[in-house]
Design a protein around this ligand. Structure first.
Ligand SMILES: Nc1ncnc2c1ncn2[C@@H]1O[C@H](COP(=O)(O)OP(=O)(O)O)[C@@H](O)[C@H]1O
Ligand SMILES: [Mg+2]
Length: 231
């Protein structure tokens, strides 16, 4: 279980201080899709980066199964991210000089899995996402939707407990976007914690939980999303 406790982030700049996230506490449920919504500049990416251990909070903690990420040093956090977290980004972030299966196998190499096992698992994951015919394609030979499915397969490389996605459908046409969303919901149905930053209202309506941020603060979601008000 991933839990944020009184998590906050302040950026100190020459021009003054920006409170990007006000103290935020939340339990992220396994087996659910949680959507993080809010206007531009409301702190969505800040929150996602803190939860994922990519940035350090100014105060508060992030607990993964009771272990506090904010107390770990950078190399311990990197190891934890590699084992327990998977990432999907708006711009795919594939490695251009590696083909599809090599991209998927890459995070497995970092945990020391043997070459033939890495390859077999990469093939299996890519086939699962309908890319069995694209195993040796380089990213520039793939469509946006295909690239994002490679990224999904890569996010699953080390069988993570939590998947973080920042605008995963932002660069996709609606058909490819729907495929990627279906896949993310399937991952939650398997028992994983899926956390998605999005502007996509269809996704927000479908999500099990919605976090709506405004000026760095948790607030009630707009009524059209049909989510219960925050008590
Ligand atoms: N590295 C940074 N340094 C200074 N200010 C930042 C930094 N990152 C984000 N901010 C500020 O924090 C606030 C929240 O930003 P962000 O989390 O990126 O919002 P969102 O993802 O919702 O658009 C904004 O006011 C932004 O300008
Ligand atoms: Mg952002």
């Amino acid at each position: 279980m991933l839990r944020a406790q009184e998590l906050s982030k302040r950026y100190v700049l020459a021009s003054g201080t920006v409170q990007a996230l006000k103290p935020f506490s939340y339990d992220f449920s396994p087996a659910k899709v949680t959507a993080i919504l809010g206007p531009s500049g409301s702190g969505k990416s800040t929150l996602l980066n803190l939860l994922a251990g990519l940035d350090s909070p100014s105060s508060g903690s992030i607990l993964l199964d009771g272990n506090d990420l904010s107390q770990l040093n950078e190399s311990a956090r990197a190891e934890l991210r590699l084992k327990y977290f998977g990432f999907v980004f708006q711009s795919f972030n594939l490695i251009n000089i590696l083909n599809a299966w090599q991209n998927v196998a890459f995070p497995m190499g970092l945990t020391g899995l043997k070459q033939e096992k890495r390859k077999a698992r990469a093939f299996e994951l890519l086939s699962h996402f309908g890319l069995g015919e694209r195993l040796y394609h380089f990213p520039h030979k793939l469509s946006g939707g295909e690239r994002q499915r490679v990224a999904l397969a890569r996010a699953l490389a080390n069988n993570p407990e939590v998947i973080f996605a920042d605008e995963p459908t932002g660069n996709l046409d609606s058909k490819s976007g729907a495929m990627v969303l279906d896949a993310l919901f399937e991952l939650a149905a398997e028992g994983r914690t899926v956390i998605i930053v999005t502007h996509n209202l269809e996704l927000a309506k479908r999500a099990d939980e919605v976090i709506f941020l405004k000026d760095g603060e948790l607030t009630n979601a707009p009524v059209e999303l049909g989510q219960p008000a925050i008590p």
